[in-house]
Every structure is written in C-alpha cells, then in structure tokens.
Design a protein around this ligand. Sequence first.
Ligand code: HEM
Length: 402
Amino acid sequence: MSDQQTDAYSGTIFSGSADVLTRRPQEAYAKMRAAGPAIRMEGSGVVVTTREAMTEVFRNPDIYSSQLPTGHFGNTRPLIPIEIDPPDQKKFRMILDPLFSPKNLEHLAEPIERLVNELIDGFIDEPEIDFAQQFSVPFPSRVFLTMFGLPVEDLPQFLRMKDGIIRPFHVLGTSLNDPRVQELRETTAASIYDYFNGVLDQREAERKDDLLSKFLDAEVNGERLTRNEILDICFLMLIAGLDTVSASLDCFFRYLAEHPDARAALVADPALSPQVVEELLRWESPVMLVSRIATEETELAGCPIHVGDAVHPFIGSANTDESEFPDGDAIVWGRKANRHLAFGAGVHRCLGSNLARLELRIALRVWHARIPNYRIKPATELEYTVGVRSVDSFPMVLGESL
Ligand code: HEM
C-alpha cells in the first residue's frame, strides 16, 4: 500500500472530508459499503469494501498480484515477500514462517516485558507525556533491535531510517508531491542497504543468537537466501514491523483512554489482554487497506476489472462488515468468533502477526498494572495518518481519568 494511493483515496472517495476517514473510519467504511462491494474511483482504481469481495481478491493472487511497481520506498528491488507473487513468494514464507512461529518467539516474552517496564520507568513520574514519542514509537523499534542483535545506541539511526522511508514528507516538513520526498527516500534506502550489509558482514564472520544469523543459515530445498534477498527482507521488516505496532498502540490507547469502563475491566483482569488486542485490532484496523494490481480482465462483485487496475481491499471495512459481524459496532471482549482481517488474508497474511500479538498483549498488561488511569490531554485532537493509522504526537495526562 502506498500513502500516495491512500491520500488519493481520502481526497477522492470522501471529497473534502478526509478527516472522517482518519478520525471516525468505521463511519466512513459504512458509507463505502453502502456504495457497493467494489467501487471504481476515477483515477484511483477499485476500492473493495465487503468481506466477501475481499476474500475473492485474497484467494486469487494470480489475478490480483502484489507485484506493484518497484521503487516507491526508494528500494531498488522488490520487497520480500510482500511484493513477490507465488510460487516464489511461498519459498520465502517457508523459510520465514518458522522463525516467526509462537514457539520461536516465546523467548522474547521476558525481554519484551523488561523493555515495557524500562520505557515506563522513564516517564512514570511525569504528570504528562507524549505517548507516541515516549512509548508507542520507541517500543517496537527496541524489540526489533533486540531480535536482530543490534545495539540500543542504534535506535536514533533506526528511527531516522524508518521515518525517511515511511514519512519523508514529515521529516522534510513538506507535501507528498515535493520532489525532495522521493530523493530522501532514495538516500535513506541506500543507507538501509549499507547498514544491513555492514551487520551481515559481521554475522558472516561470526554468528550470533539473532534473527540475522538465522536468515544466513536458513535453507529451503537445500537453497539458502542470497545476500540481496536478506537485505530485501530486512528492508521490508523495517517498514512493515514498526509503524504497524506503533499505530496499533496509538489506536488502542486512545480507545481505552476514552472508555474508562473498558479500561477498568482490563485493569481488573489482565488476562483479558489477548481478547482486548483482537477486538481492538478488528475495530480499529490500524492498517486500513492493502493494494493489488489486476493481471487479467475480470469482474469483482459486478465491477469490471481491467488489466493493470489498482485494486484496494479496505480491510478496515471488512472488519466492520455486518455480514461477518452483525453487531460489528459493539466492542465485545471475547467474541466467540472474531475472524478479523487486521493482518490481511491469503498468501500474504502478515508474517509478523504472532510477534505483533506478543508485543501488544505484554504492553497492555504491563502498562495497566502500573498506570491504570490516564487520559488524552484535554482539548487535544489526535491527527492520524491515512493508511497506517499512527499519530506523530499523543499528549497524555497520567494518573487522571475521563
Ligand atoms: C499489529 C501490527 C501489524 C499489523 C496490523 C500488520 C498488518 C499486515 C497486513 C494487513 C499485511 C498484509 C499485506 C498485504 O496483503 O499486502 C501484512 C503483511 C506483512 N507483515 Fe504485518 N502487520 C503488523 C505487524 C507486523 C510485524 C511486527 C512484522 C515483523 C515481522 C510484520 C511483517 C509483515 C510482513 C513481512 C508482511 C508481508 C507478508 C507476505 O507478503 O508474505 N508485520 N501485515
């Protein structure tokens, strides 16, 4: 998904009311579904709004390809595995899936809990914090550094690399159309390749007990990953695994700050955290949409699809679709069936979902044991980005409740 595409949508679909999409997306999704299951938006491709139509897209990666034009993020090769179609994509998933299985992530629970505590120690005595800058942004990056066996001193460099790719317009204080945006992406991308090349040289010389060493030794059918393939995987993880978790935390903590009863239930019973994570992933859908390119002439829920069309499943809309969730507007901890699509579906379903769940569950549990009361600073309107719903700044008052 590209932010250019999503910016185009917010402008086109909601002409003049993009803030509805960012501030009250569930309301916007209901309007989209009312307009049809697959809607052609002039100049923006086809927006897919219902669970059923989306399932058709996800089940047919041969017709709805993930091979988007290379280079949007300044990358010089396709990102692995998200911009690769099967069958090649499957080879990469066979190598990567076991490394991200719940069993293989178990050992991270303790360091992640320590990390949450450390971050909280840093601000617990302050009456007011910026939740984004002091918690939701550094947290997943610090987890990433731990998994990759990288020094914590690299955190600022890491955040610069991530932001230079994901939000170069914010770094530059300019708009998406400024040509300097793509220049910054390209120089940042070069620095990412350099950075990981340097660390991989070190791991070639001496293995460590970390993910990069595992990438070097992993094999499928006797074949190892090449250096470029490992770089293309690392590049993707930097942009897929950090902002998504930050955005989820921003969405969750905003909801919990504004709903003291829901928060009180979680404080009273920390074992609820897995259910809270699932239900808020469904309701908030921190990743609003994904994108595909049509490879043949076809039809989707009555909408003609042409070769080369951009097709955008709005997974946030599927997550509130009445056909799957008749009471979708109600927040219910412990729904009997919660088949949400927050991590996508089909062959490209999120590789990091187990890691994300681990991080989010631990963050909710530890935070609420130490900080049961908090609220958004009065008179603050959180400004979400479109696409991945994160905020730059989240002023929060600790120790007070709504
Ligand atoms: C709550 C946090 C997260 C959310 C909501 C999320 C969401 C998604 C979604 C919707 C997709 C599907 C993209 C598509 O179909 O085009 C995806 C793919 C992916 N995600 Fe996540 N993600 C999260 C966290 C992570 C983390 C922590 C990692 C780190 C490993 C990660 C790595 C990936 C990768 C590598 C893919 C591509 C998989 C493939 O193409 O086979 N994600 N994610």
